[in-house]
Design a protein around this ligand. Structure first.
Ligand code: SAM
Length: 212
C-alpha cells in the first residue's frame, strides 16, 4: 500500500520548499490536492516524482516545482479571479482553486477536458469552470482577470492576454523557442507593464491562433 500523504509531504519539503517556494497559500494548496488523482492508474506510484508525467493526447502534467513556482509568481489573493490556459489533467487548476475564489480554465482537447472534469468532480472541487477551445486569445467573456497562467509554451506573449488582465493583474507564461523557454511574469500597471524572467523550462507548445 503506497502512503501518498507521506510522498506528498516529502515532495513539498524536498522539491518545493528546498527550492525556494515560500508562499504559505501555495504550500497549503499542495498539501490539499492529491496529485495521484490526476495521473493514469499505471503512473500513480510515481505521481510525486520530480518531473512531468504523460497525459493522453501527447500532453503532460507539469513538474510539481514548475506548478508551484508559476503559482507563487501569480501572488494570488483569496478574492482573485484566475484564468488558466491549458487545463490538461486539471491538477494546476485544482491547486489554484484552493487559493482563489474562482478559476476559469481552457483546454484544446475535448478528451482532456472530460478527464479533468471527472478528476475535479471526484475531489468535489466546485469553483472551476472548464471549457474546450483555443485559449491562446484568453477568454474575453470572463475578463478581466486578476491573474492569468498559461501552462503551454508560447512563441511570444499574446496581446489579448494582457488586455484581459485587470489593473494590477499578473500574467505568468513560458515564452521562447519550441523546445526551450523561460518563465515570464508580466504585471499590468495602468497602461504599462513590468516584465521579469525566471527559470528555464520546457513546456508542450501552445497551439492556436496566438500560439505555434
Ligand atoms: N496545467 C496542466 C495540468 O495541470 O495537468 C498541464 C498542462 S500541459 C503542460 C499543456 C496543456 O495546454 C495541454 O493539455 C495542451 O493540450 C494545452 N494547450 C495547448 N495549446 C492550447 C490552447 N491554445 N488552448 C488551450 N489549451 C491548450
Amino acid at each position: 500500500m503506497i502512503n501518498f500523504l507521506q510522498l506528498r509531504n516529502d515532495m513539498i519539503d524536498n522539491q518545493l520548499i528546498s527550492r525556494g517556494i515560500f508562499d504559505e497559500l501555495v504550500i497549503r494548496a499542495f498539501r490539499d490536492v492529491p496529485r495521484e488523482e490526476f495521473v493514469s492508474l499505471d503512473l500513480r506510484n510515481i505521481a510525486y516524482s520530480d518531473c512531468p508525467l504523460p497525459l493522453d493526447k501527447g500532453q503532460t502534467i507539469s513538474q510539481p516545482y514548475m506548478v508551484a513556482l508559476m503559482t507563487q509568481l501569480l501572488s494570488l489573493k483569496k478574492t482573485d479571479n484566475v484564468l488558466e490556459v491549458g487545463t490538461g489533467s486539471g491538477y494546476q487548476a485544482a491547486i489554484l482553486s484552493k487559493i482563489v475564489q474562482k478559476v476559469y480554465s481552457i483546454e484544446r482537447f475535448a478528451e482532456l477536458v472530460a478527464q479533468a472534469k471527472s478528476n475535479l468532480k471526484k475531489l468535489q472541487i466546485n469553483n472551476i469552470e472548464l471549457i474546450c477551445g483555443d485559449g491562446s486569445c484568453g477568454w474575453e467573456d470572463k475578463a478581466p482577470f486578476d491573474a492569468i497562467l498559461v501552462t503551454a509554451a508560447a512563441p511570444d506573449v499574446p496581446e489579448e492576454l494582457i488586455n484581459q488582465l485587470a489593473d494590477g493583474g499578473r500574467l505568468v507564461i513560458p515564452v521562447g523557442e519550441m523546445h526551450m523557454q523561460r518563465i515570464l511574469r508580466i504585471k499590468k500597471k495602468g497602461k504599462g507593464i513590468v516584465e521579469n524572467y525566471y527559470d528555464s523550462c520546457v513546456f508542450v507548445p501552445l497551439v492556436g491562433k496566438r500560439g505555434w
